[in-house]
Design a protein around this ligand. Structure first.
Ligand SMILES: [Zn+2]
Ligand SMILES: [Zn+2]
Ligand SMILES: [Zn+2]
Length: 369
């Protein structure tokens, strides 16, 4: 659990790299499971199941939490689990071996032992005891069953109600892939997950883990906010770029009712392809007629002044440009204070980068430097 804690601490403190894509459900080498999952032939399975059910010449007594005894064979159990093999080795002097397995439901122990015999389980048993089976397969080092439980949880049984429990188990049983999937599910459904019984239990038993989870949730929320903020910023720069394009188009070709004095305009022509034209047309009209036509005057005029200045800073050739004041703004730029000039340069770069248009017809980065 320590490693996860340290890892997510880093996540909170540093700028995290982009996480890998969520694992897909298809996993190589994993057999498709059917009811009464099994990979051996039916008759072989039957023999193994009978050996377990009849306990013929069984020499192991497994004590469960309800003091039920499950009988089994040390040779089979020892083959399937190195941990059980070690236990039998330590008890080699006695004729019968004793194995206590408590802390999980007796039925789960029975399913576990049966799997060691025939590698089979009933699906409803897996559904009911999957978490206990994960713990047992981890504790007794039975990788085949552990993978099976992991797969079943990932693909079928993991949900918002049990995700906090499964997350803790995944950390405890060292199943990193499952713990990542749980963590993402918690982040995605934080509200529901935080109301689950599992969360309440975790709050009591692992307050540090709860704190840690809350920190990653806050980090994720912050990351999302930043993303939205960046997208909005990009939108503003994109609109500015489009306004710049439309401005050149209006002053050079004219658009519907407004344009250069030497052009005849058709009021009934179709709307042009420049989205920004409509808004810009009314702004230009206002600018032409406004009595407060000074920088810092009316808010619309102020906007127009800014657009004209931005254009001038983007314009490649003011000598042939037909946008009003383009040349005089270029002159003004030369005399401007360094600090103001820097602000404009930053804006120009952002507008240009948003559209990635270094080879665009009217504007270039070179024009801004
Ligand atoms: Zn137009
Ligand atoms: Zn005005
Ligand atoms: Zn110009």
């Amino acid at each position: 659990m320590g490693s996860f804690y340290e890892e997510s601490q880093m996540v909170v403190k540093r700028d995290a790299p982009i996480p890998p894509p969520l694992p897909t459900t298809a996993r190589p080498g994993m057999a498709v499971l059917r009811r009464r999952s099994c990979r051996a032939s039916a008759s072989t399975t039957e023999s193994w199941d009978r050996l377990f059910d009849d306990a013929y010449r069984a020499d192991v007594s497994i004590y469960t939490s309800s003091d039920d005894i499950i009988y089994a064979h040390s040779s089979i159990l020892g083959l399937a689990s190195p941990v059980l093999r070690g236990m039998f080795k330590r008890q080699s002097k006695s004729k019968r071996f004793i194995v206590p397995i408590r802390g999980v439901p007796p039925e789960a122990v029975r399913v576990f032992i049966r799997f060691l015999y025939s590698s089979c389980y009933e699906e409803d048993q897996m559904e009911e005891h999957v978490m206990s089976l994960l713990v047992l397969s981890h504790s007794f080092v039975v990788p085949r069953l552990k993978r099976e439980c992991e797969y079943q949880l990932e693909t079928r049984y993991l949900n918002v109600d049990n995700v906090v429990d499964v997350f803790q188990l995944a950390l405890l049983c060292d199943v990193p892939r499952l713990s990542i999937i749980c963590h993402r599910l918690i982040l995605k459904n934080f509200k529901a997950a935080s109301l689950s019984e599992g969360w309440k239990a975790m709050k009591e038993s692992h307050p540090i883990l709860e704190k840690e989870l809350l920190a990653t949730v806050a980090y994720e929320a912050n990351r999302q906010n930043e993303k939205v903020k960046k997208a909005n910023e990009r939108k503003v720069y994109l609109q500015l770029y489009e306004a710049m394009e439309a401005l050149v188009h209006i002053c050079r070709d004219g658009c519907r009712t407004i344009g250069p004095h030497d052009k005849l305009l058709n009021e009934h022509q179709e709307p042009c392809s420049y989205e920004a034209c409509k808004g810009l047309e009314s702004l230009v009209r206002h600018f032409a007629g406004c009595k407060l036509r000074v920088p810092g005057g009316c808010v619309h005029c102020k906007r127009m002044w800014q657009l004209l200045e931005l254009h001038s800073r983007l314009c490649v050739d003011p000598n042939v440009c037909r946008v009003p004041l383009c040349k005089s703004f270029k002159e003004k730029t030369r005399r401007q204070k360094k600090k103001d000039d820097m602000m404009w340069r930053i804006l120009v770069r952002k507008v240009l980068r948003t559209k990635s248009i270094t080879g665009a017809p009217y504007f270039s980065l070179a024009a801004s430097s």
